[in-house]
Design a protein around this ligand. Structure first.
Ligand code: GLY
Ligand code: MN
Ligand code: MN
Length: 467
């Protein structure tokens, strides 16, 4: 049986009512995800419902779609009652009426009626609002429903609908924050295990596998593929059969979800064997200082792009202190020199997706008319730049990395030689990378780190590593 929605039916009804007001008129299509084959048709990837569908209906099972009719003030759920075959193979399943009731709807229709419903709206010249598809199956379905080529479905996406969804999902209610904190409960346990196991000889993927098992065992899933590696400078390194080496740094970026699919996204970096070297500790403290500065700067009305720049200035200042950067840190950051060490953004929104709402378009979620995305290397990777509002949940994740091919290229070009001492940087070959990431709620007057604390001060991290 699919888990029931995490919130009561009134919550979903209120969200849809607000959506109808935002849209003003027309019908909005909410396509639910289907099963997705991995290596043969009957062997599926674990089912993952579309997050916007979850937001407006809460129904975490395949084979459903919905149409929100803003003029009629009605939402119809399309799907079918489970047949005997489904019950034989998958056990008792809720009827479509039971699902509709859970989501606060009383109008249902068989799946085949969707085409006719959309066609009727189109024939009447009504606006059919759709979201940009991110699965090929939806591209094809939308193409057929809208009478366009599957490749053209992005162009058909409704700006009003996209912005309406973002405007609702960006501000989290207390109940949603509680779900993120449930995700952080399991995420915290995953990280405590990772630290405990950060010892010489531990196999990366064995540790990562046990961490991911914890997320599944708690009724959720991993919010994204787990990173647990001493090659922390490779951002999306897949845990390998590699054994950890004493004295290296193990970077762990991992998150579990709550059963409701709200996500956690935390990074910690621990010294393999339990003691930071002097050099490691110095860089660790630079990253920690940047993160603490960023955390203190979070409040409504502040642009996250400015918080990113503040963190970058702290990094540049610290790196100057250890001799790797030089000149005026403010100017170095303005020119983008710090991005040699920190080529990614300070953070992103978090919610039902680890990169919340990214399927709707990064810039719609993270930027607006007042704050546009920079083209400068490093800052261009910042997913969230705009002014913060109370209720936003976001990540704060500065880092310092030694990415050999990047260093090699910049050094050979003499890029930002005014601000970077390449000879000093060469001493850090093989260092890896350090990132520290927490999840934060923007409150009325600041930011609150969500979840129970996870060791972060260098002594606490050292103490958490098993002997
Ligand atoms: N783990 C994905 C991220 O931190 O953005
Ligand atoms: Mn992360
Ligand atoms: Mn993140």
């Amino acid at each position: 049986m699919p888990a029931p929605p995490p919130f009561d039916a009134d919550t979903y009804a209120a969200r849809r009512r607000r959506l109808m007001e935002q849209l003003g008129s027309g019908v909005a299509l909410l396509l639910g995800n289907g099963e997705s084959a991995s290596n043969y048709a009957a062997n599926h990837y674990p089912f993952r419902q579309d997050s916007t569908f979850l937001y407006f209906l809460g129904l975490d099972c395949p084979g459903l779609d919905a149409v929100v009719d803003a003029d009629a003030g009605r939402t119809t759920l399309f799907g079918e009652d489970p047949g005997l075959e489904a019950v034989i193979w998958e056990g008792p399943q809720p009827s479509i009426d039971a699902l509709a009731q859970q989501a606060g709807l009383d109008d249902t229709a068989p799946p085949g009626a969707l085409t006719e419903t959309v066609q009727r709206a189109r024939d009447a010249g009504r606006m059919v609002h759709t979201l940009p598809p991110y699965r090929e199956a939806h591209r094809r379905r939308l193409g057929a429903l809208l009478g366009c080529k599957p490749e053209a479905t992005d162009d058909h996406a409704s700006d009003v609908f996209i912005r309406a969804v973002v405007a609702q999902r960006e501000s989290k209610t207390d109940a949603e924050v509680a779900e993120v904190e449930k995700a952080l409960d399991v995420t915290r346990r995953m990280h405590l295990l990772a630290m405990q196991e950060a010892r010489s000889g531990a196999v990366e993927r064995e540790v990562a596998g046990r961490m991911e098992g914890m997320a599944r065992a708690a009724g959720g899933e991993t919010a994204f593929p787990t990173i647990f590696s001493e090659r922390g400078e490779v951002f999306h390194n897949t845990p390998s059969a590699q054994r950890l080496t004493g004295g290296a740094l193990a970077l762990c970026d991992a998150g579990g979800t709550a059963p409701s699919r709200y996500a956690g996204d935390i990074t910690r970096t621990a010294p393999v064997g339990g003691a930071f070297s002097q050099k490691q500790r110095a860089v660790y403290e630079i990253v920690l200082d940047a993160q603490e500065a960023a955390l203190s700067a979070i409040e409504p009305g502040v642009k996250y792009k400015d918080v990113h720049r503040l963190a970058a200035r702290h990094l540049a200042d610290g790196l100057k202190g250890v001799g790797m950067m030089k000149g005026d840190p403010e100017e170095a950051v303005r020119e983008g020199a710090h991005a040699l060490f920190f080529p990614h953004g300070l953070g992103h929104m978090l919610g039902l997706d680890a990169h919340d709402m990214e399927a709707l378009g990064e810039d719609v979620v993270g930027y607006d008319d007042e704050t546009t995305r920079s083209e400068q290397f490093g800052l261009n990777a910042l997913r969230l730049g705009r002014e913060l509002k109370e209720g936003f949940v976001l990540t704060v994740e500065p880092g310092v990395y030694f990415i050999e091919p990047l260093i090699e290229q910049w050094r050979s070009e003499g890029r930002h030689a005014r601000f970077i001492d390449y000879d000093a940087v060469a001493d850090y070959e093989g260092f890896g990378g350090i990132r520290i990431e927490d999840d934060v709620l923007v409150t009325s007057d600041g930011g609150r780190i969500l979840g129970e604390p996870i060791p972060k001060q260098p002594e606490a991290v050292e103490a958490a590593v098993g002997n």
